[in-house]
Design a protein around this ligand. Structure first.
Ligand SMILES: NC(=O)c1ccc[n+]([C@@H]2O[C@H](COP(=O)([O-])OP(=O)(O)OC[C@H]3O[C@@H](n4cnc5c(N)ncnc54)[C@H](O)[C@@H]3O)[C@@H](O)[C@H]2O)c1
Length: 338
């Protein structure tokens, strides 16, 4: 029997994480794709994420996402991510996060990393994976963004690095300065045109591929006619679309049990109609050919955000940083318990 050894405990900073991710986005889409397929093949354990909310502070929350990914190099862990939207008024990011990875031989935590970048990266990777599977190509004449904050920026960088082609972006944000800043960055990155519109419905009704990345807690896109041209909508912020729009669309999730809860648009729709038969399947179903896009309806991809994706990206980052001799190993972190 090989004796078990306590693993080193390593702390990875945000810049170390970001350095690995920059330049590797196409590979990270593959990492996320594999994690989705392992999850679909039941090679994972994924309790519902747990939402911690605070009385009298409607907008603030902290979410715990534990998980286990049982693939060729099993990993368990937990992401602990907070959302305090008021931070932005003080020049701070809305979301902050850590990811803990556990060694599967001893159960010991072996890495603690800054995880806002891991989280945004896996979210944007799943968005572009969904876009490609549902559009069937890396081209959309007009790409719309409603909500042009951090996540939208990461989606743009994935589209850029994967070589998506477009005639231009249509942008809307309740804070027009955010939309104009986004437009400038997109143009500097070679997007041929970027137009800021003062109405979310105008973006939804004119773009072929639409990214929803707001912080809306209740539906604000309520006009079914905005979907008449049958776009592909990446509903990352999950709570923007009224049930009427959900019901006239083909609905794809990452995991339906996870996505139809916590006051998402899918959850509100279930509460309205008393069932969830309007959900057609998952992205893994589309990737593996069990479900095809219905050309006669708009399609909504509503990924709840699975903890196994954070684990897959976090494990990839951890390996790369350690292989490069980075990270800060804390020698006496664990109490001696032998
Ligand atoms: N599904 C997932 O896996 C997943 C993962 C991470 C984040 N998210 C969600 O993505 C969303 C965006 O996150 P972020 O980090 O980019 O936030 P952010 O605060 O950086 O940006 C949000 C932007 O949306 C704008 N906005 C708010 N309400 C709006 C509205 N009604 N219409 C238009 N614009 C509006 C804000 O002004 C801001 O610019 C959040 O809702 C977050 O919960 C989803």
């Amino acid at each position: 029997m090989t004796p078990l050894r306590q693993p080193p405990f390593t702390v990875l900073s945000g810049p170390e994480v970001a350095e690995q991710i920059e330049g590797s986005r196409p590979e990270l889409v593959t990492v996320v794709r594999r994690a989705y397929l392992a999850h679909a093949a039941e090679r994972s354990s994924l309790p519902h994420s747990s939402f911690l909310r605070f009385a009298g502070r409607e907008r603030d929350r902290i979410i715990a996402l534990p998980g286990f990914l049982d693939d060729d190099d099993p990993v368990a862990g937990i992401k602990w991510i907070s959302s305090f939207p008021g931070n932005r008024e003080h020049g701070l990011a809305r979301a902050s996060a850590v990811l803990l990875l556990n060694d599967m031989a001893t159960g010991y935590p072996q890495a603690c990393m800054e995880a806002s970048i891991v989280s945004a990266t896996r979210t944007a990777a799943s968005a572009v994976l969904g876009a490609e599977a549902l559009v069937g190509d890396r081209r959309a004449a007009r790409i719309g963004f409603i909500g042009t904050g951090l996540i939208a920026g990461h989606v743009h960088r994935f589209l850029r690095d994967l070589g998506w082609r477009t005639d231009g972006y249509l942008l809307h944000d309740v804070d027009p300065r955010a939309a104009h800043r986004f437009a400038e960055r997109a143009l500097a990155d070679g997007v041929p045109a970027a137009t800021v519109l003062d109405d979310g419905d105008a973006v939804l009704s004119a773009a072929d591929l639409v990214v929803l990345a707001t912080v809306a807690s209740t539906p604000h896109l309520t006009r079914p006619e905005s979907l008449e041209h049958r776009p592909v909508v990446l509903h990352l912020s999950l709570r923007d679309l009224a049930p009427d729009l959900v019901l006239r669309s083909q609905n794809i999730t990452d995991d339906t049990d996870h996505a139809v809860r916590e006051r998402t648009s899918l959850h509100l729709t279930e509460q309205q109609v008393g069932h969830r038969r309007f959900v057609d399947g998952t992205l893994a179903d589309v990737i593996e050919g069990r479900l095809v896009r219905d050309p006669d309806r708009p399609v909504l991809f509503s990924p709840f955000g699975l903890g196994v994706l954070d684990l897959a990206v976090g494990r990839w980052v951890h390996r790369r940083v350690v292989a490069d001799g980075g990270g800060h190993t804390v020698p006496d972190f664990f109490a001696q318990t032998s």
